[in-house]
Design a protein around this ligand. Structure first.
Ligand SMILES: *Cc1c(COP(=O)(O)O)cnc(C)c1O
Length: 427
């Protein structure tokens, strides 16, 4: 009976074959439904309506070129790499060159009254990777909390790791605490009643465009300190904050260094979606615990993880990122942010004038548009596509609390934004 020979018992008594098995947690993933479905509907429309020009206001990618100061710096860096004396190999340690980490500490934190050491800053290839990878250093028994609607990376990476059960009919995974972000709470959830350990917060928010006030963040920091929880704070859209009383970093709140990790990205701030650079801040004060209750330095764990699995961002890219903080670079990148925020204002005002209820777009490149009464997210998505030839993103795709909304982005060219609004006005 040769077949039996290939069957062995594992220590837990489950039957196994000699086939390669997969990480079955991946099979729990509600596999990438939103953007493929949008793509399917858009292709079907195009097939039936050849020659119709669609305006894309759905995808969260930038459109404007890099700042000239960044391009110049990167050119110079390439030339340095071509000369023996200035050639560089591995970025020592892979955590980022000191010149970039100093520029970050100065430009993004000291300027806001927050002191950080260079070794609390870890340069990476972007905030998607960091927000996705950070969960690895925490135990599988931690309970995670996310907003609903949510940037899917936070949830999916925890599903892959095995920190959740299966998804239910509305796409919520068992064991995850979902915190509804609705018009009633201004899209800023309050700390939950149920105890949670790892809390993902994103402000300015994708997809709702909402921001957290100092009072909101103080509540969260107090909760985390009280419950020994950790906040994973995604500030990828920090550069879009316009209102002077909105914190740019969670560390503006006293005591946050003991309970929060912050993620930043040059993607939306400086058009680096195709260049790839971001960073994480893991403060020295931040501790988690062993099961026996021994405190462990989270920064050391992240350092170990980062240097084991990552070998640093290219020198050319880091020089480009540092140039974002030069006087010219910051002026030029700010001008591009202002261009997007100008689009956001035009969209907000035009839609409000048409009688729509619209949130966001003041401190964020996203607008969260309430669908007209009686039409759901996909219904309004279809109406925009079919009748206005505008592509948005159905809010329900980010979570059930997004039902009744469509997300529009301000990243399009201004001419296209104006044209899209004309078309929406004629609906
Ligand atoms: C775009 C975005 C990021 C940035 O990702 P990168 O990998 O740095 O390009 C991070 N978080 C959110 C919520 C985003 O929308």
């Amino acid at each position: 009976m040769p077949a039996l020979l290939s069957v062995k018992l594992d220590p837990f008594g489950d039957l196994q074959t000699d086939m390669v098995t997969v990480n079955e947690h991946f099979l729990k993933l509600k596999s990438g439904y939103l953007f493929p479905e949008i793509g399917r509907r858009v292709s079907a429309f195009k097939e039936r309506n050849p020659g119709v020009e669609l305006i894309k206001m759905g995808i969260g990618d930038v459109t404007q070129p890099l700042a000239p100061a960044v391009v110049d710096a990167m050119h110079r860096a390439v030339d340095e790499m071509g000369v023996g004396e200035s050639f560089r190999g591995y970025d020592d340690g892979g955590v980022g060159y000191a010149f970039l980490r100093s520029a970050i500490v100065e430009g993004d934190f000291s300027s806001r009254g927050v002191d950080l050491d260079l070794d609390e800053v870890f340069v990476s290839d972007g905030a998607k990777c960091d927000t996705g990878n950070m969960q690895e250093i925490f135990g599988l028994d931690n309970r995670i909390a996310v907003a609903d609607p949510v940037y899917p990376v936070y949830v999916d990476t925890n599903v892959m790791a095995g920190r959740t059960g299966s998804a239910d009919a509305i796409g919520h995974y068992e064991g995850v605490c979902y915190m509804p972000a609705t018009a009633e709470n201004q899209f800023v959830p309050a700390p939950p009643e149920t105890p949670v350990d790892l809390i993902y917060l994103c402000f300015p928010n994708n997809p709702t465009g909402a921001v957290a006030t100092r009072a909101d963040l103080s509540d969260w920091v107090a909760y985390a300190r009280d419950r020994k929880a950790i906040i994973l704070y995604d500030a990828a859209y920090e550069a879009f904050i316009t209102e002077s009383d909105i914190p740019h970093t969670i560390y503006e709140v006293d005591g946050a260094k003991e309970v929060a990790i912050e993620f930043r990205s040059f993607s939306k701030k400086a058009g680096f979606t195709g260049v790839r650079c971001g960073y994480s801040v893991v403060p020295r004060e931040l501790k988690a615990h062993t099961k026996q209750g021994q405190p462990v330095d989270v920064r050391m764990l992240w350092h170990r993880r980062h240097c084991t699995k990552f070998n640093g961002v290219s020198y050319v890219t880091q020089v480009g990122a540092a140039a974002v903080y030069s006087p010219q670079g910051s002026r030029q990148t700010q001008a591009t942010i202002d261009y997007y925020l100008g689009n956001a204002r035009v969209i907000r005002e035009a839609l409000a004038k048409l009688g729509y209820t619209v949130f966001g777009g003041v401190n964020a490149p996203y607008l969260w548009l309430k669908t007209p009464a009686g039409i759901d997210s996909w219904g309004f998505f279809d109406r925009l596509l079919q009748q206005a030839h505008v592509v948005g993103t159905p809010g329900v795709g980010f979570g059930p609390s997004g039902e009744g909304y469509v997300r529009l982005t301000a990243f399009a060219q201004s001419e296209h934004v104006a044209e899209a609004l004309d078309r929406i006005a004629r609906l």
